[in-house]
Design a protein around this ligand. Structure first.
Ligand code: TXA
Ligand code: MG
Length: 316
């Protein structure tokens, strides 16, 4: 990816305004939360979210957490329920992420949710992170601001060491207090499930709810950390590396080919990543088998192909 000169922004009104402006322009900004520094992009802009994966060198698309300034803001994007209300009242702002069903008209890029119909959302407590989210007044998708496979950053210096020249700016406000990622609670099903232990102790959550959390099955590879309870997969069969569609197949193209939908006519991998899940959903809705053109295996192509392989994997 092209080198850029990374701005170091102070946690002042001017620095926060600049950070919000860069996010609006679809650029990447690292910002402090009370857990770790996040690598933020406007969650409504697919290509900006794709750039997160490019900057991190992450070889697969996992769903990302959307950060908002308040529970009121969260309700713009997800279907709220009583348990969410109870947990938000007790622990937001704070190191707690809730996974809830998306609501209609949410506007979140499908690359944030990796094509799922649920969203992980949280309200961070860090005053500078909060101020940035208020200034933008929009959802910010952010994993930890480290290159893939490296440890999570708890200071701006860690972020610079890993991502200098790969992101537009870092909003620097010293060290993070918690130093451990947020606890993730799944509220989209009938149970209240601990999806990832983190900075908020499960016991505290159980005390507020007055009941035990359901534990995910650690022996089930699909619920391993960083993995998903369910991966989005189209209902129709998917055939990869197709030069052309076969009889009765829909064709998902890449580059200058004739097709039903094109991931990127110009062969741009960030554009293709941003379109991936939305296009699969649209073709899937037509109820026919899907053939997919070859996508080069470099840069973001690796993560795109990883997801395409999952979509094409044999299933019951
Ligand atoms: O403390 C934190 O949570 C940090 C700071 C920056 O806020 N963020 C963070 O993001 O740890 P990340 O991308 O490393 O964690 C995302 C994880 C996914 O790997 C997945 O386990 C879970 O959150 N997740 C997100 N959305 C989900 C969804 N819709 N369903 C299930 N799990 C989800
Ligand atoms: Mg991480």
């Amino acid at each position: 990816m092209p080198q850029q000169s990374t701005e170091i922004l102070a946690a002042t009104a001017g620095g926060i305004a600049r950070a919000a402006q860069l996010l609006r322009e679809g650029r990447l900004v690292s910002f402090p939360t009370e857990t770790v520094y996040g690598l933020g992009a406007d969650a409504r802009q697919g290509e900006a979210v794709a750039a997160i994966y490019e900057a991190k060198g992450r070889p697969s698309f996992n769903p990302l957490i959307a950060h908002v300034h308040s529970a009121e803001a969260a309700r713009r994007y997800v279907q709220w329920n009583d348990v969410a209300e109870q947990l938000a009242a007790a622990f937001w702002p704070g190191p707690l992420t809730l996974v809830l069903p998306l609501r209609e008209g949410h506007g979140i890029s499908p690359l944030v949710t990796a094509g799922l119909d649920t969203l992980g959302i949280r309200v961070p407590a860090h005053p500078t992170g909060q101020a940035l989210l208020r200034e933008l007044d929009g959802p910010v998708a952010a994993p930890s601001a480290n290159p893939s496979g490296k440890i999570s950053p708890t200071t701006a210096a860690h972020v610079i060491a890993g991502l200098d020249g790969r992101i537009a700016a870092i909003l620097d406000d010293g060290a993070c207090g918690v130093g451990l990622e947020s606890t993730i609670i799944g509220l989209a099903g009938s149970e209240v499930m601990l999806l990832r232990p983190g900075g908020l102790a499960a016991e505290e959550i159980e005390t507020v709810l007055g009941r035990k959390l359901v534990q995910r099955d650690v022996h089930d590879p699909l619920t391993a950390p960083g993995q998903l309870l369910s991966h989005y997969a189209p209902g129709a069969p998917v055939r990869l590396n197709a030069e052309a569609p076969g009889e009765g197949e829909l064709f998902l193209g890449f580059g200058p080919v004739e097709c039903d939908l094109n991931l990127s006519e110009s062969g741009d991998l960030a554009e293709a990543a941003a379109n991936l899940f939305g296009h699969l959903h649209r073709l899937d809705a037509l109820g026919k088998p899907i053939a997919v053109a070859p996508v080069p295996e470099h840069g973001l192509g690796e993560a795109i192909n990883d997801r395409l392989h999952r979509a094409a994997a044999p299933r019951d």
